[in-house]
Design a protein around this ligand. Structure first.
Ligand SMILES: [Zn+2]
Length: 143
């Protein structure tokens, strides 16, 4: 026998992701010091971003931290006008993917750029450090 249940329109859901970072945590230590670094395999020389603890090519864990030049060019971007709930307190912002001269692609927020100046090919530089709110992060600024 069917009974009438009140319709549930929405309910909060909590997701917990457990991502092991102990072997790449040093990345955030460098960011906190204002340096953008990533890992390079000592075996084959492959550069990885995001940093990895093991080289998937030669199966070694012999990795080294290398400081990057950090300059690059935007390959794709989006202006986020309708922000998600967690960013409602912020002004609209721009997220970009840039290919660095170091040979890796990086996804980051683009700061200090007039929205009308942002385009594919815009020269940028990766910055690292803390935001005004105290968050440790990295971002692009126009060169
Ligand atoms: Zn390798």
């Amino acid at each position: 026998m069917w009974t009438s249940m009140p319709a549930i329109k929405s309910r909060p859901m909590e997701l917990v992701f457990e991502i092991p970072i102990s072997r790449t945590k040093e990345f955030w230590d460098w960011i906190e010091k204002g340096e953008f670094r990533t890992t390079r395999c000592k075996g084959c020389g492959a550069l990885y971003f995001p940093p990895v603890a093991d080289c998937p090519e030669c199966k070694t864990s012999e990795m080294e931290w290398v400081e990057l030049d950090g300059r690059g060019e935007i390959e794709a971007f989006t202006h986020v006008i309708v922000r998600p709930a967690s960013f409602q307190h912020r002004e609209p912002y721009t997220i970009a993917i840039a290919r660095l001269v170091d040979g890796i692609k990086v996804l980051a927020w683009l700061s200090e750029a007039d929205i009308t100046d942002v385009d594919v090919g815009l020269k940028v530089r990766v910055m690292a450090g803390k935001t005004l709110e105290g968050d440790t992060t990295y971002w692009f600024v126009p060169e």
